[in-house]
Design a protein around this ligand. Sequence first.
Ligand code: PEP
Ligand code: MN
Length: 637
Amino acid sequence: MLREIGDREAAAKTKDIDLTVGYQGEPGAYGEVAAAAHGGIPRGFASFEKLLEALRDGDIDEAVLPMENAVVGAITEALEPFAAFVVEGLELVAVAITSVPVRLSLAARPGTPLAAVKRAWSHPAALRQCTHRLAQMGIERVVCYDTAGAAQIVAHDASTDAAVCSRRAAERYGLEVLEEDVSDKEQNGTRFVHLRMADHARAQVSLAFLRTSSMTATGRLDVLTGATLLPLAGTAEYPVRMWVLGADAARLQALAPVRDVQVISLGQPAAHAAKITPPKQGTEPVVKSLPHATARRAPTVVEVGPLRLGAGARAVIAGPCSVESPEQVMRIAREVASCGATALRGGIFKPRTNPYAFQGHGLEALDWLVAAGKANGLPVVTEVMAVDHVKAVAEKADVLQIGARNMQNFDLLRAAGRAGRPVLLKRGAGSTVDEWLGAAEYIMAAGELRVILCERGIRTFETATRNTLDVGGMLAARPLTHLPIIADPSHAAGRADLVEGLARAAWSAGADGLIVEVHDDPARALSDAEQALVPTRFAELARNLALHPDARLPLAQLRAWVDAIDHDLGVLVQRRLEVAKVIGDSKRQTGRAVLDPRREAAVRRTYQEALPGSKLLADKLVDLLLEAAKAQQSIDE
Ligand code: PEP
Ligand code: MN
């Protein structure tokens, strides 16, 4: 709770200092605490309706509304008008949530004995939070519009009435605190949402309303999406029944019964749009029988030196199919490292379909692989095929790979799970997502929690590709597990010409990483020759995935890298100008001013966030874009 406030305070120092933030109530109300939590200037309003009108009319930059209290749940007094404004079409986005600890004191005029207090004034939501305590004390509840307002009323009234309010409010109006905390529950607190107009800010928090006339239609949505459903009464005119907190609106939309439920999203956080996220935190695993692999916990980050996978960290593992010689693996390691790969792969034991095919150079080659990794600052990933080899391989390799053919070799999974190294677990070519997660569970139950799941193509009727990269299966696994999920486009394609396309498809779909086969002389490769990318093609792929090259790459290739970025930037600027023109047209058609200083400030913040190291550059870019947009408008007119 306090951390959230702390986070907001840190953010405020850089950008939100001069915002006016409205709240409902008098100075001293809990809303004022939330409004000030990130440095804005609080301004009180008599009602939630007036507060939302002020936001709509641009009198304030942001509004805070209480949504949920630890004792009484939904704060319907705030949520009902909020819902009505949203249903009427007010386009709001949620930019933050602040949790405010609530201690409700009983306060009266100085000298009033507790026994003399027969009535207590407060906001209805606050009174609901102390129903039992007040009843025990024989105190009748009297509703007024705000906790701090209650303190004000009691201070001005010559009776022995009390107010239920914060100590801050009591002191502000000269009251004496008779009881420190009359909440029915310890650790009381209220969550406030910070709202801004959609055209002045981007959503940072995912929130939605459900508009439905049937309560049962929403019954399972919280379980399916991990959302919090807060019930609202709604009206005949606005049959909004539920307010949903922290839910991915796209997922809600997908899971809600089509005819009975309409999802009204308050904007998707930009970075999460259309992305499938790992399971929400909670106590029960998603699949009861797989408590480790499907635990509802924060995404697992597997980190080995420069290799980081999971929770938004994405990386590429690259190298030859087989370690063929010390020189071969050293050369390829240097190539992939200079393109931004952060781990080196290479097989020393090869699972070959034909027993007479090259079987790998065995443990001797592990030293060549490790030396190549060390020389280039890359941890190494290598496959282990036999229980007897696990110990020896784990002594030197950084990550143990379990191959597709061994995904259900349960003894091997257990042995790998005891080896003390992260495990990269390939999905079997004939295995379901459930079986894949079951295999991960074996490793985790044996003690190794750092498991990387790898989709490498499944066997289908198709013969044009070696396997079929199951992007759908990879996505279906995403909401079931907190483990990182990567893709292997090389073994899926079996052909070098398809590797880049599949790699980009998996990356765009949200894979946490890729493992790619690279060889500098594919014609002579001892295994999987057809699917190996040559280093220059790998460089192209790495560039398209926005990896960072290093100075060992030849200058001509580094230039190609930066040229590609320049081209993309130019195309984006052109697109921005075109969309800005459409916005200008829209504003003229609806009679709104084309230039809007608040909007300009929001655009500046966006660039400053994207360019944290250089405010000057961010501002100059905005200046240039605005100048270009103005020039464009005047030419058009
Ligand atoms: C490999 O990575 O070289 C390999 C043999 O992969 P898979 O087990 O996915 O076939
Ligand atoms: Mn291979």
